[in-house]
Write a protein that binds this ligand. Structure first.
Ligand code: BES
Ligand code: ZN
Ligand code: ZN
Length: 517
């Protein structure tokens, strides 16, 4: 775990040996910002070789520089106009990665160098903290021999590599100059830490495989994580789920040897009179497809089918830890989808909590079945708005790849607010169509609805139209299909793991909660 410490410029001796120095071009002059030692000769030499701040964007680590050759410097090139919070996140992640790969334990960053020009220094410090902590995360829980800073060539299986933790990045000092308001920066760091911790926890839960993260274990992990916060967690077991007429969640769980759970998280930080915002997440701890079984290639990735649910749990944790003055509810239906002897079969008809009947023509379209009950329940709570997150359709991956989360809503006000929230979080969303034609494609032959479309194409939209049937008409609602963005997002963002759960939409959901309350 990396700590970020805010400090006033102290005497050199108190600062760690490694300094992060920002290099930017102002006019035709290359400036080094944040250096308390003379690195002009280094810059001159770089310039002589035709290297500019642009060539330093990935960082250049120099050892034993300065008068006494006793300092290390990480040069990081930044643009003159670093204006977006997202730029700060990315620069922070670059710094973190360079420090890790150079086995630095502590380093000093003079934040002003980076956030100069940002009016909202709290938001800038928050973004810096998010970028650092999100990039710092490692997931080695199930490795008996931990690697050193994830460095490939330094596998700790070698005998004699006793240094281990001594080379982990432990602390980044944010050194402030006289002009900065320490209270604002500290506030930003605190908020950033809460958000990054929530996202990193979601990644850990997401990466945990199906045998170790069953619905029951997910519920237990939620109860544990909520300790010390004002979150109230209620967990319904199979008997209760049946009693609550959640025919979809129950139907999907029947082929599995482990029982489903329905997890309810409540946070009351706002006035009693204020309607809550409701978040719903698909918590499929493993999706084999059921009787309509999936091909075996990459089936192991279906442990990530719980990421919508996990991200809702972590959104609620973040809201509670931020002590937001709002009311919010999180709902996570959780089950496995397995082809056991009692499994739901193609052709079977299930009854949702709101009484609608659904013919199951493909047991692999199970996410919508557990969500239909959760959305019905959410509607009964008469919330200010409902947002759901689900790794719902392969079709969304085809449409948007692993860059953008697909958002579906017919409500223009909601649409605008989602865009606003995503602008603040920096997470990429893309608005997708949902209309009556998509709903017609979901009409059932023997039941009110079919769980798969009667036509080819627009699979993400027809799934959304199905979900819409379970949301109260007067309740603002948006559905977020994170099938492409929930995990394995590649190297597009340096503060997200290339492989593994991403924790996507947690930060956007927290922003939405703020907007709606
Ligand atoms: N969990 C999957 C969706 C998915 C697939 C997410 C691949 C990410 C990557 C979902 O339960 C599913 O299997 N959906 C089916 C629906 C179809 C049968 C209508 C799909 O998308 O193929
Ligand atoms: Zn499925
Ligand atoms: Zn699924």
């Amino acid at each position: 775990m990396v700590h970020i410490e805010v400090a006033r410029a102290a005497s050199k001796t108190h600062l760690p040996k490694t300094l992060v120095v920002f290099v930017r071009k102002t006019g035709n002059k290359t400036e080094a910002i944040g250096a308390d030692l003379d690195i002009a000769p280094v810059l001159a030499s770089l310039e002589e070789d035709g290297l500019t701040h642009r060539d330093l964007k990935k960082g250049l680590f120099l050892r034993s520089v300065g008068e006494g050759h006793d300092r290390n410097v990480l040069l990081v090139g930044i643009d003159e106009k670093t204006k977006e919070l997202e730029d700060i996140r990315k620069v922070a992640a670059t710094i973190c990665q360079c420090l890790k790969s150079n086995k630095v334990r502590e380093a000093t960053v003079v934040l002003e160098g980076l956030i100069k020009g940002f009016k909202d220094t709290t938001a800038a410090a928050q973004a810096f903290t998010e970028g650092t902590l999100l990039a710092a995360r490692e997931f080695e829980t199930y490795k008996t021999k931990k690697s050193e800073n994830n460095s490939d060539e330094n596998s700790s299986t070698k005998k004699g590599s006793a240094k281990k933790d001594s080379t982990k990045l432990e602390k980044v000092w944010l050194v402030l100059d006289k002009r900065s308001n320490a209270a604002n920066i500290t506030k930003g760091v605190d908020v950033g830490r809460i958000l990054a911790d929530a996202v990193n926890f979601a990644r850990d839960l997401g990466d945990t495989p199906g045998n170790l993260m069953t619905p029951e274990k997910l519920a237990d992990a939620t109860v544990d994580a909520a300790k010390g916060t004002k979150l109230k967690v209620t967990v319904w077991d199979k008997a209760r789920i049946k009693k609550e007429r959640m025919g979809g969640l129950l139907g999907v769980s029947l082929g599995s040897a482990v029982d489903p759970r329905f997890i309810i998280l409540e946070y009351n930080g706002g006035a009693k009179s204020k309607k809550p915002v409701c978040f719903v997440g698909k918590g499929l701890t493993f999706d084999s497809g059921g009787i309509s079984i999936k091909p075996s290639a990459a089936m192991e990735e279906m442990k990530f089918d719980k990421c919508g649910g996990v991200n809702v749990i972590c959104t609620m944790l973040a809201i509670a830890r931020l002590k937001l003055k709002i009311n919010a509810i999180g709902l996570v239906p959780s089950t496995e989808n397995m082809p056991g002897p009692l499994a739901t079969k193609p052709g079977d008809i299930l009854v949702a909590r709101n009484g609608k009947t659904v013919e199951i023509d493909n047991t692999d379209a199970e996410g919508r079945l557990i969500l239909m009950d959760a959305l019905s329940y959410a509607s009964e709570l008469k919330p200010a708005a409902i947002f759901d997150a689900a790794t719902l359709t392969g079709a969304c991956v085809v449409a948007l790849g692993n860059t953008h989360t697909g958002v579906f809503t017919r409500d223009h006000k909601v649409r605008k607010k989602v865009s606003e929230a995503a602008d603040v979080s920096g997470e990429w969303v893309w608005h997708m169509p949902i209309c009556d034609h998509h709903l017609s494609d979901m009409k059932g032959t023997y039941a009110d609805l079919n769980n798969i479309s009667s036509t080819r194409g627009a699979g993400a939209s027809t799934a959304a139209a199905f979900l819409e049937q379970f949301v109260d008409k007067d309740t603002p609602w948006a559905h977020f299909d994170i099938a492409g963005t929930g995990w394995h997002v590649g190297s597009r963002l340096n503060y997200c793991p290339k492989k593994g759960a991403s924790g996507v939409m947690i930060r956007t959901f927290v922003e939405l909660a703020k907007i709606y309350s």
